[in-house]
Design a protein. Structure first.
Length: 201
């Protein structure tokens, strides 16, 4: 029990590490004041280029993946693994290092799913890619994948704890995208375009 509690606390702290903010700072840019103002990989890629966006993406995925993997390696059980994954996700959304103002959690959620339901993440990722290709809107793809994840978890008979955590994550992802939903409904959501070094605007 104590090991599971400690892992959950450490998972939150790991999730709180603001990868996008750190990547931006290393380039002399506060991503919270650039583009959409989000610290996630999409905004980093949009403002600083795909390489820095990729670094941010991998770091944010790792924040969700490693705690769940650690719980499995320590043989702490499904509940502890789910708790660790949810704590890491919460850390990204509400990071103690940025006064609890974080990102939208999509990449970190993907990391949780990669460790908790490796077959299921292929389905979820496939939906994400299809929606991005069809709409060129990462926000819509993110919400579509997040909403689908709980159903995929149940359909593939993953542990009940994984299904409930994916349901909570899906709800929070949609909540964090509420401004995107407003813009989508108004037809004002921008299409995703990568920043080109040296370009204007």
């Amino acid at each position: 029990m104590m090991a599971a509690i400690i892992l959950t606390l450490l998972s939150y702290l790991l999730g709180s590490i603001p990868a996008g903010f750190l990547v931006g700072s290393s380039a002399g840019v506060d991503v919270r004041s650039a583009g959409s103002g989000n610290i996630g990989a999409t905004n980093v890629a949009r403002t600083l280029g795909w390489k820095k966006g990729l670094v941010t993406l991998l770091a944010d995925v790792a924040k969700g993946f490693l705690p769940v993997l650690a719980a499995h390696l320590m043989d702490l059980g499904d509940a502890a693994a789910a708790s660790a994954g949810l704590a890491a996700f919460a850390g990204h959304l509400y990071p103690v290092f940025l006064r609890f103002k974080g990102g939208k959690g999509v990449a970190t959620a993907a990391g949780v799913y990669l460790a908790a339901m490796p077959l299921g993440i292929l389905v979820v990722l496939g939906v994400f890619v299809l929606v991005v290709l069809a709409s060129r809107r990462v926000s819509l793809a993110s919400m579509s994948a997040a909403v689908l994840a709980p159903a995929v978890s149940w359909a593939l008979s993953y542990p009940e704890e994984v299904a409930w955590v994916s349901l909570i994550i899906g709800f929070l992802v949609v909540v964090r995208h509420r401004e995107n939903v407003r813009r989508l409904l108004a037809g004002e959501e921008p299409r995703f375009e990568l920043h080109r070094p040296g370009s204007r605007g």
